[in-house]
Design a protein around this ligand. Structure first.
Ligand code: ATP
Ligand code: ZN
Length: 290
């Protein structure tokens, strides 16, 4: 279509968010070729262009309209101090910001931090956490290698992103309290709604994302069952519209098909076995629309 609006999405060029961000777009049936040497690339079968940047810059670019939407860690967004509409929580790149203290310190809660020097790359988020807890501390802003600061004497403890805790241990620190949790989010520029063409493209993209993500949370289940147990099975499978029931040639048996939430799957499976279900087949669902 000529003159069709194209939406520009800012994604991290290289880092923990990059692969998953591109995978998400791909899972929506959108084709593109990424050339690592270039800053931008366009999708071939959907009106979407990528802008590859450092994650720290994503909130600013989206706020300034350099990009229309972006994928960024909630931690970076909150730390930037920029307020943007979060259109979806994407669930990946989960991490936590934790307080870590020197091994042997008698940490007993946030009040322990009163008057201490805390090194962090997230002074804004930590500042908010401390003020909510009524604690006053000195925040030492560092941009990297936060975990070495207590051993070189420039901080008493730290607040940093923790994944495995190995780096902390190597520096004689222990994680004592998680104060903030983050996942990747999709943000949009605040005035996007005013652009009818772009708003329509964003809605198409979100519908595709929601369809894929709804499918991932469900499993398709198919099993044989004594016909007199159908009501029990419907109760067990629950939550959904009534299951599809087909009569089998074998007198007294039916075949049942339904959709089950992934997180309930094993309890449903065991309950179905208990009422005599046989030949249980479970299949992934590729796309699903309510
Ligand atoms: P850039 O070069 O783009 O500035 P970066 O080094 O600041 O990259 P990454 O380390 O790639 O950033 O992390 C990007 C985001 O991934 C973080 O802001 C956070 O939301 C998320 N994340 C998930 N797990 C971790 C982790 N273990 N350590 C750091 N960030 C993590
Ligand atoms: Zn960064």
């Amino acid at each position: 279509m000529s003159g069709e609006a194209r939406i520009r999405i800012a994604v991290q060029k290289s880092g923990r968010l990059s692969e998953k961000s591109l995978e998400l777009v791909k899972s929506c049936g959108i084709d593109f070729n990424v050339d690592p040497r270039v800053l931008m690339c366009g999708a071939s079968n959907f009106p979407l262009d990528f802008l590859f940047v450092r994650d720290d810059d994503i909130p600013t670019y989206v706020a300034d309209g350099v990009a229309d939407i972006g994928i960024v860690g909630r931690n970076e967004l909150d730390e930037s101090g920029i307020t943007l509409p979060v259109v979806r929580d994407l669930g990946f790149a989960g991490c936590r910001l934790s307080i870590a203290v020197k091994r042997g310190d008698d940490y007993d809660g946030l009040s322990w931090l009163e008057g201490k020097r805390i090194a962090t790359s997230y002074p804004r988020i930590l500042g908010r956490v401390l003020s909510e807890a009524g604690v006053t501390a000195e925040l030492v802003r560092v941009s990297g290698s936060v975990e070495i600061t207590p051993s070189i004497g420039i901080a008493d403890c730290i607040c940093d992103i923790v994944s495995t805790g190995t780096t902390l241990r190597m520096n004689g620190l222990v994680e004592v309290e998680a104060v903030y949790k983050s996942t990747a989010v999709m943000v949009a520029r605040p005035d996007l709604e005013a652009d009818v063409g772009l708003e329509a493209v964003l809605s198409r993209l979100l519908l595709r994302m929601d369809t894929v993500s709804a499918a991932r949370k469900k499993k398709y289940i198919l099993f044989n069952l004594p016909a007199d147990k159908v009501d029990d099975a419907a109760r067990i499978v629950g939550g959904m519209k009534s299951p599809t029931v087909t009569h089998l040639l074998d007198e007294g048996w039916v075949s049942v098909q339904s959709v089950v939430a992934e997180d309930r799957f094993w309890s449903v499976f065991e309950d179905l076995k208990a009422i005599g279900a046989e030949g249980i087949l479970v299949m992934p669902i590729e796309k699903m629309s309510q």
